[in-house]
Design a protein around this ligand. Structure first.
Ligand code: URA
Length: 195
């Protein structure tokens, strides 16, 4: 049997696979265009996302929207999700067991979307998805190819909020994503897998 987007969302909403289910307000399923060839993967919902149950609605989300807009992208043409679907208290870094417990949801999201491009936002996502020793400062903007999908990483919007000099670096990385997308698919076909 193949799960649908609705099935995954129902599982996420009722998930009790790790202790974060006891502290979260609302689980945060990924959102966006289910026909897109472009998937963004970040770390975990923040406080505002926890309240609303929607990814990237807080200050990081506003910065992300600006970044996307500066490269001619917007959220309606991509799918965005997190490694963890529940908010870790105090925005602490996700623990190994939490990442593992949540990984099947990300696998299903990727399986259904079949992206040609995955952009990891920040070190935590890059180390879980691209390589455990990924160094965001040195390796952002580089490309890895796996299962018919091109994977890259750039700074997390919250890192840019802490250090504005990273904005221009992330903007350039996203502009390369736009180029890569044209190169790979013309923005139309979708057949990748990536993770
Ligand atoms: N930070 C993340 O990593 N994800 C969100 O959804 C919001 C902030």
């Amino acid at each position: 049997m193949q799960y649908t987007w609705k099935d995954i969302e129902q599982h996420v909403n009722g998930c009790t696979c790790c202790p974060l289910s006891r502290t979260r307000k609302k689980p945060v399923m990924g959102r966006g265009n289910h026909q897109s060839d472009l998937m963004l993967i970040a770390e975990a919902p923040g406080g505002e996302e926890d309240q609303q149950g929607i990814p990237f609605v807080g200050s990081s989300g506003k910065l992300l929207d600006r970044l996307l807009q500066d490269c001619g992208l917007d959220r309606t043409e991509l799918y965005i999700t997190n490694i963890l679907k529940c908010h870790p208290p105090g925005n602490r870094e996700p623990q190994e067991e939490e990442k593992e417990a949540c990984f099947p949801y990300l696998k299903y999201e990727t399986f259904l979307l079949k992206p040609r491009i995955i952009v990891c936002l920040g070190r935590v996502a890059a180390q879980r998805i691209i390589s455990p020793d990924f160094k965001i400062t040195r390796q952002h903007g580089t490309w890895t190819y796996r299962k018919n999908c091109a994977l890259t990483a750039t700074y997390h919007p919250s890192a840019i909020l802490r250090d504005a000099s990273k904005y221009e670096i992330a903007r350039k990385d996203f502009c390369e994503v736009v180029k890569k997308r044209k190169e790979l698919t013309g923005g139309r076909e979708r057949e990748g897998l990536g993770i």
